[in-house]
Design a protein around this ligand. Sequence first.
Ligand SMILES: NC(=O)c1ccc[n+]([C@@H]2O[C@H](COP(=O)([O-])OP(=O)(O)OC[C@H]3O[C@@H](n4cnc5c(N)ncnc54)[C@H](OP(=O)(O)O)[C@@H]3O)[C@@H](O)[C@H]2O)c1
Length: 382
Amino acid sequence: MKKITILGSTGSIGTQSINILSKYPNDFKIIALTGNQNIELLLKQTTEIKPKYVVIFNEIIYKAKKHLFDHLEVTVLSGLSGLIEVATLEDVDVVINSVVGNIGLMPTLKAIQAKKQVAIANKECLVTAGEILMKEASLHQVDILPIDSEHSAIFQALQGNSLKDIKRVILTASGGPFRNTSREAIENMKASDALKHPNWSMGRKISIDSATLMNKGLEVIEAKWLYDLSIDQIDVIVHPQSIIHSMVEYHDHSIIAQMSLPTMEIPILYALSYPERKPMMFETVDFVKLGALTFEAPRRDDFPCLDLAFEAINRGGLVPTVLNAANEELVYAYLKNEISFYDISKYVEKAMNHFDIRQLTSIDDVLVYDQKTRTYIKEILK
Ligand SMILES: NC(=O)c1ccc[n+]([C@@H]2O[C@H](COP(=O)([O-])OP(=O)(O)OC[C@H]3O[C@@H](n4cnc5c(N)ncnc54)[C@H](OP(=O)(O)O)[C@@H]3O)[C@@H](O)[C@H]2O)c1
């Protein structure tokens, strides 16, 4: 039986993880859950699952709402120290990291150092510190198993093959809600429009990232670190049906793709069961009904965040940290209708040029420049 901590259990990936794990009660036991603001859901999950630990990240909410857990046999923790504590518990085997944002970095690092397997959805920490995290994982002989559907697809296409035989990987993108919208119309699109993703139901931040194509840019960087690729080995194509979740082309020009109807439960379960494949109740792909799988080039001029991510990783060092921190702050400002769609790419680029630091020596650098960039963006937005 695998014992599991779920960081971000109240989110989109967190709730889907609980849902799929609950179908295999003899294989998985949830030891710890964490949330930030959605205490009602965290309380419901705690009542049903009976974990040993629960973390309310937000300290103010923790102080105000901790008493709601008093009647349950659970230790209630708070803040980053709480996340780190439940990510490193002695009786936990696997940590699912499904918090949103670079706040997931230190719990991931500490989990790796405590020799926990990490099933990773939190892409931001791989964008900012992928090089350090992969080195630590190798040093501590720990698996980092992808939950992101594209990276799970690559991982699955790699089984039985060798990283050195990869010619390129092809990351597929749905194109997001504005795939067919003119640039003039996109300029005036509000967050409420951007949140309407055609194929996936996801958290608010990643939904905006999908609309700007920053999500695909972050995934390019994530793939680079997970699979030790050079950036010119990574292509992005738009595949609106979201059936092929990504592909690997080998030096003999064979291309292996992984397909399914869009659901995150398949990659979540695979990450937790690997190297086994567990049977799962889910609809199968009806190719005849689908009729066609189509592909197109991303509209790079109209969605500049994609090229900004390529630019950030090409410059290297702390530039991806700056890209990510600026993007996080700008996405939350856009969600509050404080800025327009193209302000996101405009100010991400401005931040990358302001902090154009091409060395990364330690995790502390990442934390410092993450904060500096957030302060810089907040100043601009004032
Ligand atoms: N959703 C998907 O289909 C999908 C697919 C691939 C990858 N991902 C990646 O998975 C991660 C999570 O995405 P999501 O869509 O599940 O996000 P989400 O629905 O917004 O959930 C985020 C989770 O993190 C918690 N959280 C938010 N801010 C926090 C903070 N400052 N400190 C600690 N916890 C915090 C939230 O708590 P409260 O809700 O209690 O506030 C929630 O549990 C992201 O990195 C995303 O890019 C998501």
